[in-house]
Design a binder for this molecule. Sequence first.
Ligand code: NAP
Length: 340
Amino acid sequence: MCLLGWGNVNRRLFELLEARRDQLQDQYGFSPRITGIATRRLGWRVAPEGFHSHSLPRIGVRSAAAAPSPGNLREWLKAAQADVLFEATSLNAQTGQPAIDHIRAALELGAHAITANKGPIVHGYEELSRLAAKQGCRFLFESTVMDGVPIFSTFRESLPLVRVEGFRGILNSTTNLMLTQMERGLSFKEALGKARDIGVAESDPADDIEAWDAAVKVAVLARVVMRMAVDLKQIDRHGIGHLTGEMVREARAAGHPYKLVCRASRKGHSLAASVRPEMVPLADPLAHVPGTSSIVYFETDIFPGLAISEIDPTLDTTAYGMLADFVKAVGSNWQKFAFA
Ligand SMILES: NC(=O)c1ccc[n+]([C@@H]2O[C@H](COP(=O)([O-])OP(=O)(O)OC[C@H]3O[C@@H](n4cnc5c(N)ncnc54)[C@H](OP(=O)(O)O)[C@@H]3O)[C@@H](O)[C@H]2O)c1
């Protein structure tokens, strides 16, 4: 397996794979080996026998475990003999690149591609899904929205033929944490620092504050569960950059706390979608979603109101979403093992 990106998400995934090694062997009959790790600064590192805690690459240090470093993505995937690529590089909301190229290369070489990166879903979902099907591989992305909570697999596997008419919710952990912290007395800057400290903020804080991350999640949900292509420019997007601690505390005291609310609904053949800070009445469950927690209400033709929420997700939940995708992709024999 190859890890592309060696930041918060893939590091935690590495730890989780190590921690669940025995369970993966006992229940599913396979033993994962991470043979490639790469980032821009690290380069393309390969360890054919597998990276272990003691041989993990460090920025600026040529790894003791490494074979001669390949020069590019495809050479790296081939040298590492990747069966699975875990793509967790930074979000590029505008184009989805270079993550789309990473995933395309893995699929073309016959590896499953699993990503936490929303960019490739917004900008490359159809192409990459078609390519995965052609190659007999899986392209899975459960961790892109709500940190690994099973949204896409719920619709794909448990709600066939259901038509989603729209949704509303709180989908950005960083801004929700910041608003909660500001209600408790922190300034805007201190609240952003807190989000960075716990590893939920995007590499570029503008992606959270200017609501790009939330808008991209709206586009991902619209594309996958509503089957509607949406251009990011179509989403009426407003961030929280203008809110001060004082404004946020006053709104909470007045019984209408600020929340960054995401909305999407079908209007004939097109989609009306927005992300903006709203003063939400206390009677609305959205008003009570604290910290890094998230919630989404789907309106469907079968279930008029279907809510999925998560309380206090951590990096573990994001890493778990990728682990769960991995088991789905690789464990075609899982039932045999699970119920043997
Ligand atoms: N953190 C979360 O809670 C969370 C939750 C759900 C989804 N996600 C998504 O998961 C992805 C990773 O998040 P993260 O928190 O792990 O980010 P991060 O800590 O900033 O790490 C990003 C990693 O990607 C590498 N990278 C960036 N651009 C690259 C490129 N063009 N080629 C190769 N490597 C590249 C970076 O290393 P170099 O700078 O050396 O290239 C770094 O190792 C993002 O797309 C994010 O939106 C994150």
